[in-house]
Design a protein around this ligand. Structure first.
Ligand SMILES: Nc1nc2c(ncn2[C@@H]2O[C@H](COP(=O)(O)OP(=O)(O)O)[C@@H](O)[C@H]2O)c(=O)[nH]1
Ligand SMILES: [Mg+2]
Length: 416
């Protein structure tokens, strides 16, 4: 299973690094995760989904590629932040290559904005309420779309040549090949064309407006993004939040306080609170000695954030990105359908995130190509039903894969 990557974008001082730190602080629990990233500014975070073990009547599970915390299955993924050293170097407009490189590596983006309006258009700290978060979103969105336009136009001549000289290769093939590096797939190109009524139209006849429209559309389709309205703990943010939601009614806007989440996760680490990361709720540990600063901070979080918005929004934003934007399903491969375990008796050892529409055959392939080669069918562990290889898996499916190749039903993720 390729690791999902969630990139954080946004202007300077909106809270990206705070969000990143909060989201990646509690990663020690996912111990045997093969951390292979080359980028120094990436770390392990997790998607949280309600684990199936309770529903299946199991007292305990033995997660291997993930963790189970208070009944929440924590699935590792990578969060990418802008490198710290560029702070100040790319303020405001013209964010430069670093920002685009985060975007290009990511499956989905969290666009972090300062909803409290405490930064000016250049990203410099200002008095709360001074900044215009709606305009900030526009600036970044514009930059992203222009980047797509640029990449498209740069490869256009080559694409046209390829289409003309190769029968059977169409625009969607050629463009997705050219923009493969930033995650553009053939179906994204087709969807983007359709959204702008450009499907089947001759690219050479497009006017400038149509090119720009197409670039915006391709950016939207191929790089799913949600808006994180950060700094909701600041009173000025509430008013802006409504404006943002209104101006961006076609996007998901998650209210958040990255700083509150960081405070809570640190308090949890030092043992003064019990914090459920899935629910983003906390309780003060009995007998814990809180200093005055901690008391004030926790009281404020309880009232202004958890009271008003129910959660700090950090884990929630990641979950929404994974399960709603990217439409992932969590699927649990097992060998023994009676015990819901692997061959060594580990109960519900692995969970895989599979794109909506993925089949049993796709699952077998992500576990091991050998397993896929001899694939015969899968068994639904809940009902005992045989599922054909084309069966499109649903969220929370627990399946055993039956394959003619050796090690039948193995559920260990041996290749990634
Ligand atoms: N009030 C408040 N301040 C925050 C929040 N998140 C970040 N900040 C502050 O905003 C400033 C910039 O944060 P940072 O994470 O470095 O922003 P970045 O430039 O986007 O990485 C710092 O002073 C943070 O403490 C939040 O949720 N609430
Ligand atoms: Mg930063």
């Amino acid at each position: 299973m390729p690791t999902l990557r969630i990139g954080l974008i946004g202007k300077t001082n909106t809270g990206k690094t705070t969000f990143f730190n909060a989201a990646t602080l509690q990663n020690a629990e996912i111990s045997n995760y093969p951390f292979t990233t080359k980028t120094p500014n990436a770390a392990i975070g997790q998607a949280a989904t309600l684990c199936v073990h309770r529903e299946l009547g199991l007292k305990q599970d033995n997660p291997r590629n993930s963790a189970c915390v208070d009944g929440w299955r924590m699935i590792p993924l990578e969060i990418i932040d802008l490198p710290g050293l560029i702070k100040g170097a790319y303020e405001g407009r013209g964010l430069g290559n670093q920002f685009l490189s985060v975007a290009s590596q990511s499956d989905a983006l969290l666009h972090i904005i300062d909803a409290s309006g405490s930064i000016d258009a250049e990203g410099k700290i200002a008095r709360p309420g001074v900044g215009d978060p709606v305009a900030d979103i526009e600036d970044i969105e514009e930059e992203l779309a222009m980047w797509y336009l640029h990449l498209f136009q740069n490869s256009e001549d080559k694409i046209l040549r390829i289409i003309k000289t190769n029968r059977g290769i169409d625009f969607a093939d050629a463009l997705s090949e050219a923009m493969h590096g930033i995650g553009v797939r053939r179906e994204d190109v087709i969807e983007a064309l359709k959204r702008k009524q450009l499907y089947g139209e001759d690219v050479e006849q497009w006017n400038d407006r149509q090119r720009i429209d197409f670039a915006w559309s391709l950016r939207e389709v191929s790089k799913p993004t949600l808006i994180v309205a950060n700094k909701m703990d600041v009173p000025e943010a509430a008013k802006n939040f409504l404006k943002i939601r209104e101006a961006y009614s076609d996007m998901i806007v998650v209210p958040a306080s990255a700083e509150s989440e960081l405070t809570l996760r640190k308090a949890e680490q030092s043992g003064v609170i019990r914090y459920s990361p899935g629910e983003e709720r906390f309780e003060i540990v009995k007998g814990a000695k809180l200093n005055e600063r901690q008391q004030t901070a926790l009281a404020h979080i309880s009232k202004a954030i958890l009271g008003e918005y129910l959660r700090t929004g950090v884990q929630f934003a990641i979950n929404v990105a994974v399960f709603k934007l990217l439409r992932m399903n969590s699927v649990y491969p097992v060998s023994d359908v009676g015990k819901f375990s692997d061959n060594s008796g580990n109960v519900l050892p692995d969970v895989f995130l599979m794109r909506d529409g993925a089949s049993v055959s796709d699952l077998a392939n992500s576990i091991h190509t050998d397993l896929a080669k001899g694939l015969i069918y899968a068994i639904d562990a809940r009902t005992g039903l045989r599922l054909p290889v084309e069966y499109q898996m649903k969220d929370r499916d627990v399946l055993s894969i039956v394959s003619a190749s050796k090690k039948p039903g193995t559920s260990r993720a041996e290749s990634r």
